[in-house]
Design a protein around this ligand. Structure first.
Ligand code: GTP
Length: 326
């Protein structure tokens, strides 16, 4: 059934054609249009006001897995896609609920555009135009290449973000990221008058470990420290590597005594476990310097105080913590 031109076309273009062009010229034009559509990569279809397909070119039939002699309604066509797994991909466990949702957007605007993906992996961008009588023209172009480029760009963006935040050796946060979070957390703590504890943690005698066992063993110890610490942190706490064997730990909404208890637990847990089974004698001891954020603190003053505290811990014999209140 081909019924593109109703007996009294009200569509502007068709009226124009019918009123000004002789019958034979009109037929020639229509034939030419149909020939172009038959060979076009654009998928084109026309639905009548009852949403029944009245015309579809081969590209459209191919996209929606429609046999050449079928003229289903829009809903029949999509239900067929759903049940056969061909044509348009419909990701839903409940096809009726899916139709209820999608129907709220269909035929609501004269022109609209959207994207769909097909079971064969292609992506189409569809534009719909509706005539005043409710005839719906669909034109779809293949945007698979664009989509793939978009995916590549997204992946590149994600790995750039990852690289800008993550320390490649330990997989923990890097210096830039942890300091930017410290800035945010400090502002938040000062605005909300909630406590924030900052701890600088420095592994002890790390040079000796490198010198005795080699750099790779030192690397493994750094990885072990980060993994073990992260395992012991709350979700809101953050650890970042700010130097070779130096780390910054941020503990929001924590009092200084609680933070000291937590760091002490961590120091025992890490120092008492065998980090590297091949070298059971190698232990991961650290010194820590803690301080709390005050109302007048800046990132720099806070860090300097925590750094001064860790220096005190080193001076006092290492493998311990020193706290300087805000
Ligand atoms: N394996 C390894 N070593 C590193 C890395 N970054 C820095 N280092 C080493 O860490 C060591 C730090 O030495 P020091 O600053 O003297 O500190 P320390 O030996 O731990 O001494 P204290 O801090 O005083 O206990 C140096 O030998 C650095 O080469 C790294 O990514 N991997």
């Amino acid at each position: 059934m081909l019924n593109i031109f109703p007996s009294n076309p009200a569509d502007g273009t068709l009226s124009h054609l019918s009123s000004t062009l002789p019958q034979d010229v009109r037929e020639k034009l229509i034939n030419m249009l149909l020939t172009c559509l038959a060979g076009s990569e654009l998928a084109v279809a026309l639905y009548d006001p009852d949403d029944r397909l009245q015309f579809a070119n081969p590209a459209f039939r191919d996209a929606y897995a429609l046999a050449s002699d079928t003229y289903p309604t829009w809903e029949e066509m999509l239900r067929n896609c759903y049940s056969t797994g061909k044509g348009a991909v419909i990701e839903s466990d409940d096809i009726d609920a899916w139709f209820a949702d999608i129907s709220t957007r269909r035929r609501c605007a004269r022109d609209r555009a959207f994207e769909i993906d097909l079971a064969d992996g292609r992506w189409l961008r569809i534009t719909e135009s509706m005539s005043p009588e409710g005839w719906l023209l669909l034109v779809a172009s293949d945007i698979t290449r664009l989509k793939l480029n978009e995916r590549l760009l997204e992946r590149a963006r994600d790995s750039a973000i990852h690289a800008s935040q993550i320390d490649p050796l330990t997989g923990g946060y890097n210096r830039r990221f942890i300091f930017s979070r410290l800035d945010e957390m400090l502002k938040n703590a000062q605005t909300t008058c909630t406590p924030l504890i900052v701890a600088v943690i420095d592994l002890d005698h790390f040079k000796d470990i490198n010198d005795t066992y080699g750099h790779l063993v030192g690397d493994c110890l750094l990885q072990h420290f980060v993994a073990e610490t992260q395992r012991n942190l709350r979700q809101t706490d953050l650890l970042g590597r700010i130097g070779g064997e130096e780390f910054l730990l941020l503990l929001p909404e924590t009092s200084l005594p609680d933070a000291m208890q937590m760091v002490e637990r961590l120091r025992h847990a890490i120092g008492n476990t065998v980090a590297l089974p091949e070298w059971p004698e190698v232990r991961c001891n650290f010194s820590a310097g803690l301080t709390g954020a005050g109302p007048a603190d800046t990132v720099s003053s806070l860090f300097q105080r925590a750094d001064q505290a860790v220096y005190g811990a080193k001076q006092n014999g290492r493998n311990r913590q020193v706290a300087i209140p805000s």
